[in-house]
Write a protein that binds this ligand. Structure first.
Ligand code: MLT
Ligand code: ZN
Length: 453
């Protein structure tokens, strides 16, 4: 093994082959099979990352960047052994620039840690995928979540990154300027590359001012298609929603069973609006009027922060509710994104597939973006269950692709979506692969992800 060589490049106590540590770095939140790395390394500086990666490139040893393993598609699961490069010691907020609405961070900073720090300045970092996650991991997967309908996805927030290339060179992908027409959009290429093109060691991100006030609302509908139609109508009216989430009736039922709550067991939209009080009252009334025209049977809103949090609970607890309700089972979720005009059809189709299969499952969506997940409960050791869920997911993906959508709106390609890349991208996949070969000729950077040919 090469661990002794590594210990000459970086302090020996930051290189480990401890079995518990290897096991912790073998899995994420996805259903994908865990696989161990050969070693886990904890760098402290960009220069150390550069030395490690350059050495790995010469020795043809895989490098798998690791954040907090909150991913949903197995991006941090090693496929060919190698080094899990854990960024927990590179977790500093380096510089806040309030005048420019910018912050420079190391990749191991988590979004919750960052927002705690930014609160002092009256600022916040907008991307909210639900779970806490490192900024490096969020950039690697182009994370989004509940707020992107208003503030955009991770790709929209990254101004600049410091990236270590496979041969150890250190580059910058952008600048501090709000816009640039200078050359190719490297931020756009590296964000979402899932560790396959380079290793991120610093990121400069765009920030927003904390809104003066916010209001949360919940609206229930007789069918999932009514709820989707209402959501699309709110978008079409250009009401500036800060969050708009769909949770289907089956998922609400599961939350009621788990939490003992009494939410109407109907398809539900959750809204949040940000602004000042006068503007919010107007946005809320307008949204209520529109959802009313689409069959909304129950609408409530809250402005008090504790009551707002309580209102969001059904959305936040649904994954736990399913796991708790079906002990021993795992959730196999998929994630597709379509144009809004195709959404009602896609969600209706997905719901129908779940009903026909007899499987337990729910649908939840970042509906204003056209992005939704199906969540299917499977017995992890049952190949019949896994095959059935995979077949349903494949049909959901193929519906999305046939209507101008994408096989993943936010969870990324990782292991589960690699098989759809050729269908989705055609010859453009060869362009992506040419970039991969040019930047990583020895295929050491997170091998086995995105490309399976
Ligand atoms: C969510 O929207 O809740 C997350 O993307 C995670 C999930 O799909 O389970
Ligand atoms: Zn999501």
């Amino acid at each position: 093994m090469y661990v002794d060589e590594l210990k000459k490049i970086i302090d020996a106590d930051r290189v480990t082959i401890n079995p518990t540590m290897l096991e912790q770095h073998s899995k994420d939140e996805s259903y994908h099979t865990p696989c161990l790395p050969d070693a886990v390394v904890f760098p402290k500086t960009t220069e150390e990352v550069s030395r490690i990666v350059a050495w790995a490139n010469e020795r043809h040893v895989p490098i798998i960047p690791f954040g907090v393993a909150s991913g949903m598609e197995g991006q941090i699961i090693p496929q060919q052994g190698g080094i899990s490069l854990d960024f927990q010691l590179m977790n500093r907020v380096l510089e806040v620039k309030p005048q420019d609405f910018l912050v420079r961070v190391q990749p191991g900073v988590t979004r919750m840690q960052l927002n705690k720090e930014l609160k002092k300045y009256g600022l916040f970092f907008s991307v909210d995928p639900g779970a806490d996650a490192t900024i490096g991991g969020m950039a690697a997967t182009n994370a989004s979540g509940t707020t992107s309908v208003r503030y955009g996805i991770m790709r929209d927030q990254v101004r600049d990154m410091e990236v270590v290339l496979a041969d150890g060179r250190i580059i910058h992908t952008g600048s501090m300027a709000a816009k640039s027409s200078s050359g190719y959009h490297l931020n756009g290429i590296f964000v979402g590359s899932e560790g396959t093109l380079g290793v991120f060691t610093e990121l400069t991100l765009k920030l927003y001012g904390i809104p003066e006030a916010s209001v949360t609302a919940r609206a229930s509908f007789p069918t999932v298609t009514d709820a989707v139609a209402a959501a699309c109508a709110v978008m079409a009216a250009a009401i500036p929603v800060a969050r708009m989430e769909l949770v289907d009736g089956r998922s609400i039922q599961q939350v009621n069973r788990y939490k003992g709550t009494g939410y109407p067991e109907l398809s539900t939209l959750f809204f949040e609006f940000h602004g000042n009080e006068a503007g919010l009252a107007h946005d809320l009334a307008f949204a209520q009027e529109i959802v009313g025209e689409h069959g909304c049977s129950d609408f409530i809103s809250e402005t008090d922060s504790l009551r707002q949090a309580a209102l969001w609970e059904a959305r936040h607890h649904l994954a736990y509710a399913f796991l708790h309700g079906y002990p021993g089972k795992k959730a196999m979720s998929t994630d597709v994104c379509l144009p809004l005009s195709e959404l009602a059809g896609a969600i209706g189709h997905a719901r129908e597939l779940i009903e026909q299969s007899g499987m337990v499952g729910g649908i939840v969506g970042h509906i204003g973006d056209g992005n939704f997940h199906s969540l299917l409960m499977v017995q992890p050791d049952s190949s019949a269950d896994i095959e059935q869920a995979e077949a349903i997911n494949a049909q959901i993906v193929s519906y999305a692709l046939s209507r101008g959508g994408t096989c993943t709106g936010e969870h990324g390609v990782g292991l589960g979506k690699a098989k759809y890349q050729r269908t989705e991208h055609g010859a453009a996949l060869d362009v992506m692969y040419a970039m991969k070969q040019m930047l990583d000729p020895n295929n050491i950077l997170n091998p086995g992800k995105i490309f399976i040919f």
